[in-house]
Design a protein around this ligand. Structure first.
Ligand code: KG4
Ligand code: ZN
Length: 361
């Protein structure tokens, strides 16, 4: 296992299914439940969880690096790697002792192997492989996006196929989930993810210096300020209006916002780094355009799948996940869309929406 996985080995679907089938349910004998340790280090959170075969979360811990990366103005991969190294052992030990599980009770170790920051992924992978070697347990390589997409099945009874919209700082994709490991990719960002764009705009607006937003992520700060702003002060059209596909794009929006901010700084006679009096209006505008763009592309995807008879007769579920999906304004806009297209909008609870160890386990 060690040798094969070191070369980012992915087992055949048959092997994975064989392994999963070996999980049996034993009513009344909880200690016979198989227990999986999940480890996630694909970006800037060191997360781990132990989950049993019935979906019970026995223990969970996340060590967030957000505060450090906020100070450096973005994720610096070697810094993220170092923080993962410092925290991974502690994070795993914490959940094992909190849930009174000894490493030998584990049935398998599941770890994110892709996609993500190579330096960050490497920490989780080498830690897991060391553990796998010591404990002689099976290793389950996990695709981070598949884990995000299937998380909803932990909290809701959802039938395949369902739509999944993953919108966060590192992800932007829209897919039809037809089964475990069976995804029809309908759209993705051609450049950056929406959360990345919101973080960049928030940074350009220096929202970290805003007394109400200093410890918020960029997207959260934009949402907070947008409530006090007027989106109509900056009216622009969403990107890719004429593109006949379901892809997304956010770089153009970021450049447009930069221009608007430079113009406003001139008008208000302030330097870059000071807070504009129109910051709330800009936040409201960028939040609105982002919502419109996401909804329009998702609408196209729903229409496409309906036209191709890819959807069931009854209600189809749209699962919206990722940090950006926790935005109330964007969530509200998606709800309008799902109501209009006879779909049902579901969102995993916020703690499962963002990167976590449970989804990996
Ligand atoms: O899913 P997540 O925790 O991590 C990954 O990126 O994988 O998402 C973090 C991203 C950040 O870009 C953050 O600015 C954005 O989600 N975000 C939000 C909100 N909360 C977090 N964006 C818009 N509105 C929010 N309330
Ligand atoms: Zn993620």
């Amino acid at each position: 296992i060690l040798n094969k996985t070191a070369g980012v080995f992915k087992p055949s679907k048959r092997k994975v299914y064989e392994f999963l089938r070996s999980f049996n349910f034993h009513p009344g004998t909880p200690f016979l439940h198989k227990i999986v340790l999940g480890i996630e280090t694909s970006c800037d959170d060191t997360a781990a969880a132990v989950v049993d075969e019935t979906g019970n979360v026995l223990g969970e811990a996340i060590h967030s690096q957000t505060e450090v990366h906020l100070k450096t103005g973005g994720i610096i991969p070697p810094v993220a790697q170092q923080l993962h190294r410092e925290n991974i052992q502690r994070t795993v030990q914490e959940i094992l002792s909190a849930s009174s599980i000894s490493p030998s009770d584990l049935s398998a170790i599941a770890t994110t192997i892709k996609p993500g920051l190579a330096l960050s992924l490497g920490v989780g992978l080498s830690f897991s492989l060391q553990l796998v070697g010591q404990l002689k347990k099976p290793f389950i390589p996990i695709h981070h996006m598949e884990a995000h997409a299937l998380t909803i099945t932990l909290t809701n009874k959802v039938e395949f196929p369902f739509f999944v919209l993953l919108i966060s700082g590192g992800h932007c994709l829209l897919a039809l989930v037809q089964g475990v490991s069976d995804f029809l990719l309908l759209g993705k960002s051609l450049d950056i993810a929406p959360g990345d764009m919101l973080d960049k705009v928030a940074r350009r607006l220096s929202l970290i210096k805003h007394p109400e937003c200093s410890i918020m992520s960029g997207g959260k700060a934009i949402e907070h300020l947008a409530k006090q702003g007027n989106r109509f002060h900056f009216d622009t059209t969403p990107p890719l209006q004429c593109a006949k596909n379901c892809d997304f794009s956010f770089t153009g929006l970021q450049h447009l916002l930069n221009k608007i901010i430079i113009q406003k700084e001139k008008e208000e006679g302030i330097e870059q780094g000071q807070i504009l009096s129109s910051a709330a209006d800009i936040a409201a505008a960028v939040q609105h355009i982002t919502a419109c763009h996401i909804v329009k592309r998702t609408h196209r995807a729903i229409l496409f799948c309906k036209q191709r008879n890819l959807l069931p007769q009854n209600n189809t579920v749209l699962v919206a996940s990722g940090g950006v999906a926790s935005n109330f304004y964007i969530h509200g806009a998606l709800e309008i869309l799902t109501n209009a297209t006879q779909c049902t909008l579901l969102c995993p609870p916020p703690r499962l929406c963002t990167d976590n160890g449970i989804m990996i386990a």
